[in-house]
Design a protein around this ligand. Structure first.
Ligand SMILES: [Zn+2]
Length: 329
């Protein structure tokens, strides 16, 4: 794991900014598992992927992580009431248009420039303002702990680098990023599999070729490194290390978020006992699982990924693979 120290371009720190712990990285890297574990830490609240809130939640009423449809989930009703009076009052079509126009990997050069200079278009400002409004409303409407405290840290797991960078432009938010990486051969294999989306009946998650995944793995990870160099506090976590040492990994993430993670007694070896409800938007179907989980490293790719695809992914990712401590063979 690599701790990145904020550079001289860091935004000023302030105690009144809302701390946001952002889980970033390529999909199929174990982010849903990490999100579930982080949601158990005292002082945290997971909202899931707010990038998808507008389309999948407000417009399409897909299921929340709690199992209820979005429009009947009491937590999201409370967030909508706090943020806008009612979800019907937000211009959701404009938000969806801007999400597809602005919050894109191909716009990263402009987004990074805005992060450096503080200059943004009116549309960019409005877009980030809506994300922030939802995150702040989630914090203020969250159930209080036994001492009456609101959650200190909002967990955002949109994963996309562009969303992390846009949130980091907001001076009201104190964004810290867990940069989650996984062996790209495992990621590539996972993106070739067909996975149902139970929150949207009859639909499936997209699939990608190993070559396309390998390219995204390299550009995405290098992009997160750039974001760290721009001063956003960041901790790189390998999926494989999370599985091998969940307690140590969660303690490191707690340190990144200035969070006292407590005894972590919901983890007993490989056995996890989840106790906190999770009202997360979008994400892997795994978020609908029960309250008990056994941690098991998913390395099916070792036997199931086609040897030629494995060689291709290894070759394409080689320089970064080595830096992240993954074997070339
Ligand atoms: Zn819910």
């Amino acid at each position: 794991m690599v701790m990145t120290v904020p550079g001289d371009t860091a935004t000023p720190t302030g105690t009144d900014r809302q701390r946001v712990l952002y889980v970033g990285g390529l999909g199929r890297s174990g982010s849903t598992l990490l999100e579930k574990l982080l949601n158990e830490l005292p002082g945290t609240l997971s909202v899931g992927e707010t990038l998808h809130l507008w389309e999948r939640g407000i417009r399409d009423h897909e299921r929340c992580g709690c199992g209820e449809d979005f429009d009947v989930c009491p937590q999201w009703a409370a967030i909508g009431a706090e943020a806008y009076g009612d979800w019907a009052s937000v211009d959701v079509d404009r938000m969806i248009d801007l999400r597809w126009a602005l919050d894109r990997s191909r716009r990263l050069p402009q987004i990074f420039r805005g992060l450096r200079s503080g200059e943004q278009s009116a549309d960019e400002r409005w877009y980030v303002e809506q994300l922030r409004t939802v995150l702040l409303a989630a914090a203020s409407t969250a159930p209080r702990d036994p001492d009456g405290n609101a959650p200190e840290v909002i967990l955002e797991s949109s994963k996309h680098l562009s969303t992390a960078a846009m949130l980091a432009t907001d001076p009201n938010l104190d964004v810290r990023v867990v940069h989650l990486v996984r062996d790209p051969r495992g990621v590539a294999y996972s993106w070739t599999k067909v996975v149902d989306r139970p929150e949207a009946d009859g639909s499936i998650m997209p699939t990608y070729s190993p070559a396309r995944t390998a390219m995204r793995w390299v550009t995405d990870n290098l992009g997160f490194e750039t974001l760290a160099r721009l001063g956003v506090p960041m901790l790189r976590v390998r999926y494989e290390d999370l599985l091998a040492d969940p307690v140590g990994t969660l303690r490191s993430i707690g340190a990144l978020a200035d969070l006292d993670v407590g005894p972590l007694d919901f983890i007993d070896g490989n056995e996890i006992h989840l106790t906190q409800p999770m009202h997360s938007i979008a994400g892997n179907p795994m978020r609908f699982g029960g309250d008990r989980m056994t941690l098991r490293l998913d390395d099916a790719w070792r036997s199931k990924l086609d040897p030629s695809a494995r060689r291709l992914v290894t070759a394409m990712c080689a320089p970064v693979l080595r830096r992240y401590g993954y074997p070339l063979r």
